[in-house]
Design a protein around this ligand. Structure first.
Ligand code: PLP
Length: 353
């Protein structure tokens, strides 16, 4: 999948699929199987996910993170509802209004917060304001947090606890956008249960595509009694695959032998190395490197030199008065330590010249 010298650091979406995932797809490809999730892989997936999360869960596979988030939030918020999210949240900036569409019009209310994280205080303040507005204002229904965040940081268990406590005090459901959940889990070093429902998470969008699957995400409901309604919503939204066994087979392989965690630990370690190396070369991290993304400001000549050497990465929002352009570099499961070392060597060469 990756070439001898991997220079594309734009995203973890640029990866191919892992050999284990492709093998699972090939194995699921023999013979016939019942359609629409009535197959043996999907039945096994429910059991496996319940083991992984240490309680009975419902798990509904879909093919995009946007679908997972939008269907989950549509389940949690009525059309006249409000959903709190961070101002940089993927649901806010990158999903083309899908959560609003799937909920029939619920409004995303975005709040600021350092390092891509929501704070309990800002939710409580907004709730107090809305409480004075009566029928004129959308009614708060849910909070959604990204774990890992859009700034590559990870909410600590205590931070998730505090947010969920405030949310539940106000009868808001708590959703976690876990497009990079495995990376967050690898950073936290706790069990999937400790990171989610034990902290008060009601619904998780579990990502797998960025971390080795071909195309597989899932909505995990920690209250399985809501699965029947979600199943109708998924079908109505056009996200019920007829050959669902191929999604379930990918997710089973994702959990097998901790493939998801092995991949995430690897990608996180590479990001940490990359971040440290760039700081040693004069870079300034914009946020702590806790998952598989590095946001760093570098001298303009260094950014240009890396691009001239063939490296690809995104320009990011630069704070006013900052010390050079901010770029985002993303590591992934298929990247080698040598790829990161090569980028750092290239940066050293640019600096010397
Ligand atoms: C935080 C977050 N949520 C969700 C997604 C999933 O999006 P997609 O619909 O592209 O699979 C992404 C992908 O970039 C993401 O970064």
């Amino acid at each position: 999948v990756s070439g001898p010298s991997r220079k594309n650091f734009t995203s973890d979406n640029v990866t191919g699929a892992a050999a284990e995932i492709l093998a699972a797809l090939a194995a699921a490809n023999s013979g016939t199987a019942a359609g629409y999730g009535a197959d043996e892989w999907s039945a096994r997936l429910t059991g496996r996910a319940s083991e992984v999360f240490e309680r009975k869960v419902a798990i509904l596979p879909v093919t995009t993170g946007t679908a997972a988030n939008a269907l989950a939030l549509g389940l949690l918020a009525p059309a006249h509802g409000a959903i709190y999210c961070h101002e940089t949240a993927h649901v806010m900036t990158d999903e083309c209004g899908a959560p609003e569409f799937y909920s029939g019009g619920a409004k995303l209310l975005c709040l600021p917060g350092a390092a891509g994280k929501l704070s309990p205080g800002s939710i409580a303040t907004s709730m107090a304001f809305i409480g004075t507005m009566g029928v004129h204002h959308v009614q708060p229904a849910a909070v959604t947090i990204s774990q890992a965040t859009e700034w590559g940081t990870v909410y600590s268990l205590a931070e998730v606890d505090a947010l969920a406590r405030v949310a539940h005090e106000h009868r808001l459901a708590v959703h976690m956008d876990g497009a990079r959940f495995a990376n967050a889990l690898a950073h936290l070093g706790c069990s999937p249960a400790e990171a989610t429902w034990k902290r008060g998470i009601d619904v998780l969008s579990l990502g797998a595509t960025k971390n080795g699957a071909l195309a597989a995400e899932a909505i995990v409901l920690f209250d399985p009694s809501r699965a029947a309604e979600l199943a109708f919503r998924r079908k109505r939204g056009g996200h019920l695959w007829s050959k669902l066994r191929f999604l379930s087979a990918q997710l089973l392989a994702y959990f097998e032998d901790e493939l998801w965690l092995r991949h995430a630990r690897h990608a996180n370690a590479l990001a940490a190395r990359l971040g440290k190396g760039l700081v040693e070369l004069g870079g300034r991290l914009q946020a702590p490197v806790e998952a598989n993304e590095v946001f760093v400001s570098l001298p303009e000549a260094l950014v240009a030199g890396l691009r001239a050497a063939g490296y690809e990465f995104y320009d990011w929002i630069s704070p006013p008065g900052g010390s050079g352009p901010v770029i985002r570099l993303v590591t992934a499961y298929d990247m080698q330590r040598a790829d990161v070392n090569a980028l750092l060597d290239a940066a050293r060469t640019v600096r010397r010249d």
